[in-house]
Ligand binder design. Structure first.
Ligand code: ADP
Ligand code: MG
Length: 385
């Protein structure tokens, strides 16, 4: 188990006393690419995590060891920006963003590792940021609340990993609650927990294990398209500050002005926001057929309008929908690889795995990886046992 491995690695590399913190990855039931448009999302933390074993040290030299890469990295918290391996950018970014906020984190020795498949759209990157943010907040009495830590993580992602992500991933990693989804309004940051009672149904993830290299550049491009749309529409409709302010019907008159690509992006986001609100109601009513239909519509929008899917994801979704007992399936996360999320009868899981695996094997000569989802708690300190 990864937690154990992190603990043992700490003892071996550094020895002595340490504290242990963790932060989870997340799923998102619906509301994709809406967070950075001040829209609605419905994430939940999962039982896959990043663990950080950590101790403060004197001076300004930080040493971090990655269990999963079996590499060590050092940086000086007062020094110039160092050359770092990718995996170390997240902890370094968190330190820097804490400093930018006026916090005074000290130096530390840390070992980290986890069981969130990376690049799968389950936000392993946000989990690293939130685990280190939570650890440093506690170790150095920085007095931050969960939301502030989430925002520090988001800034680390923007400024050090180069992905201009919204706040959903870090928010979910910090605020997760076992057995509950989070209904989050990304404008006001108001949120509610809703118990997820699926009565014989469940969510399963199918990981393509591909991540096409254009993922992060295309992500930033979509964000720019949305901003361009808002700017153009806002010039005609004063008061429009984000796509959150618009319903699908509001943007049709601007189709010519926006151009096809930007229009489709804006249309998708406005429709996706409506789907999240409809999903809230459908879940409250226990209408899982309706939830499934909304999930399917989300995938079609991501594929045909937002254009962030890829053939591997589409194949998994299309195949899933041929399986008896599947109510809905869509790509999850930024796109261009990673996982699909599928709502299905628990008794259909075996058939789902068999069918999608066979189709994927024929098309790509490789196997997807499947994860049954358990919804867990957000970031925090753990007992070293
Ligand atoms: P996602 O957040 O969807 O998992 P990203 O591309 O945003 O994918 O983040 C993946 C990156 O996070 C990896 O390239 C690596 O740098 C870092 N990472 C993820 N998990 C680990 C881990 N267990 N150990 C070290 N670095 C990790
Ligand atoms: Mg990420």
């Amino acid at each position: 188990m990864k937690k154990r491995q992190v603990i043992e690695a700490y003892k071996e590399k550094f020895g002595g006393d340490f504290r242990l913190f963790s932060a989870p990855g997340r799923i998102n039931i619906i509301g994709e690419h809406t967070d950075y448009n001040e829209g609605f999302v419905m994430p939940a933390a999962i039982d896959k995590k990043i663990w950080v074993a950590i101790t403060p040290v004197r001076g300004s030299a930080v040493t971090v060891y990655s269990v999963d890469y079996d590499q060590i990295s050092t940086f000086d918290i007062q020094g110039p920006i160092p050359e770092l391996p990718h995996w170390a950018l997240y902890s370094y970014g968190v330190v820097k963003e804490l400093q930018n906020k006026g916090g005074k984190p000290g130096a530390f020795n840390a070992v980290f590792g986890g069981d969130i498949p990376d690049g799968a759209g389950l936000s392993s990157s946000a989990a690293i940021e939130c685990a280190f943010g939570t650890a440093l907040n506690s170790l150095f009495d920085l007095g931050m609340d969960k939301l502030e830590i989430a925002k520090v993580g988001q800034l680390a992602e923007h400024n050090y990993a180069g992905v201009r992500c919204g706040l959903m991933d870090q928010f979910a990693s910090m605020h997760g609650k076992a057995g509950h989804v989070i209904r989050l309004d990304c404008r006001s940051l108001e949120y509610e927990y809703a118990p997820l009672n699926l009565n014989g149904y469940e969510f399963i993830l199918a990981d393509t294990r591909v991540k096409h290299s254009l993922a992060s550049t295309e992500y930033n491009k979509r964000r720019e398209s949305c901003e361009e749309g808002v700017l153009l529409i806002g010039s005609k409709m004063p008061g429009v500050k984000s796509l959150r302010d618009l319903r699908p019907k509001d943007i049709y008159p601007f189709k010519g002005m926006l151009g096809e690509e930007t229009f489709l992006c804006c249309e998708f986001v406005t429709e996706e926001n409506e789907r999240v609100l409809e999903t809230v109601t459908a879940l409250e009513n226990g209408d899982l057929e309706k939830v499934g239909g909304l999930i399917n519509a989300s995938h079609r929008g991501l594929r045909d309008k937002y254009m962030v899917s890829c053939s591997e994801l589409d194949l998994l979704v299309d195949t899933a929908l041929t399986v008896e007992g599947v109510l809905g399936s869509r790509m999850m996360g930024g796109g261009f690889g990673g996982c699909t999320i599928t709502l299905l009868k628990s008794t259909s899981v075996d058939q789902f795995v068999k069918t999608t695996q066979a189709a994927f094997q024929i098309a790509y000569s490789s196997d997807p990886v499947f994860y049954r989802v358990t919804i867990g708690d957000g970031a925090g300190e753990e007992i070293v046992d």
